[in-house]
Design a protein around this ligand. Structure first.
Ligand code: ADP
Ligand code: DP6
Length: 319
């Protein structure tokens, strides 16, 4: 068996808009933090039977399997492989709930294919392949902080690490408000966002936002990192609201959770939020405030699951 583990990543400066839908080339660069708490484990092997995809132990016969086999066919064609494949994948992260399952999924898938066929691909090539499964997966090849540079074609659009072992005191609390599969996938959401009158402004600001975030990281400046991440997430969600037709991933509890962050800050507890294509808020904070912030959210939301995450590693080969 060739089991590979890849961790999810959360973008602090987000990818939200494609230049090429098929190749998943982005219109902007993005910068993320790989998380220790959430990951996917995937194994691939040839089979005499038909192609089969098991997700969390259940054989998939729907859209999910189609996306996976369409993706694996690209890899097979490129490397001259004709086997039917048995793919088993387990998500240690809620699937399609805005907690970045597709980032760990396709990083693990690309690395499992490489491992099974002993292709010895470079991390850069793995990132390029992971990107073609799901854009954000390009960054999950690496641990710590990484940047996915937008590039201008498939060969130049890949992620690279900026610090795989950061010493920064940074925690991300994932507030699991609703982990049901979302109605609008990231792929569809970002297509629709392009119709916002503010979309060009979103693009124009990208270079500056990436470089400011890099500075915050290299200066170990948590405050700056948090402020920039929150602003960037708000910009992304503002273009969704102002798209034509407008839409949002927010739910009533998302706004309630955002208000808690404002409240905590006014009390002098430093924390910031970011959120992706789903209603679940992620809180950026430092170790000394983790317990207090968790308690506050638990006192407002009944039975809410809160996961405390910090920096995770890049892809890991398990056996
Ligand atoms: P998320 O917010 O979880 O990243 P996306 O809409 O971006 O949601 O991606 C979710 C999709 O990623 C799923 O519908 C499925 O197609 C794919 N996916 C998730 N986990 C796996 C997995 N382990 N293996 C293959 N594909 C997966
Ligand atoms: C909001 O990588 O899931 O999480 O390339 O269509 O699969 P596809 O999209 P995906 O989008 C992620 C969007 C985001 C921001 C980010 O992770 O950069």
């Amino acid at each position: 068996m060739n089991k590979v583990r890849a961790h999810t990543n959360i973008a602090l400066i987000k990818y939200w808009g494609k230049a090429d839908t098929l190749l998943r080339l982005p219109l902007m660069s993005s910068l993320s933090m790989t998380l220790d708490a959430f990951y996917t484990e995937t194994s691939i092997e040839a089979t005499d039977g038909p192609d089969q995809f098991y997700l969390n132990g259940s054989l998939q016969d729907d859209r999910t399997a189609k996306r996976v086999f369409k993706y694996l066919n690209l890899l097979k064609q490129n490397y001259g492989k004709i086997d039917n494949l048995l793919v088993k994948s387990d998500n240690h992260v809620p699937t399609a709930a805005g907690l970045a399952s597709s980032s760990s999924a396709f990083a693990a898938m690309a690395a499992a294919f490489d491992s099974y066929y002993q292709l010895n691909l470079s991390k850069r090539d793995l990132s390029i392949w992971a990107r073609q499964g799901s854009g954000s997966a390009s960054r999950s090849i690496f641990g710590g902080f990484s940047i996915w540079q937008k590039g201008h074609d498939s060969a130049s659009s890949y992620a690279y690490p900026i610090d795989e072992n950061p010493q920064m005191d940074l925690h991300l609390l994932a507030i699991e408000l609703n982990v049901k599969k979302k109605k609008l996938s990231s792929t569809q959401g970002m297509l629709q966002a392009k119709s916002s009158p503010f979309f060009q402004t979103w693009l124009d600001r990208n270079e500056q936002e990436i470089s400011q975030m890099q500075d915050a990281i290299s200066n170990n400046d948590f405050t700056k990192l948090g402020e920039l991440a929150e602003l960037n997430a708000n910009e992304m969600h503002a273009i969704n609201l102002s798209a034509q037709p407008g839409f949002t991933y927010f739910e009533p509890n998302t706004l309630k959770a955002i208000n808690i962050v404002h409240e905590l800050r006014s009390e002098g507890i430093e924390c910031y939020y970011t959120l992706d294509a789903g209603p679940n808020l992620k809180i950026l904070c430092q170790l000394r405030n983790v317990k207090f912030i968790k308690n506050r959210f638990e006192s407002v939301f009944d039975n809410v699951n809160i996961i405390d995450a910090s920096f995770g590693p890049g892809i890991t080969y398990l056996d």
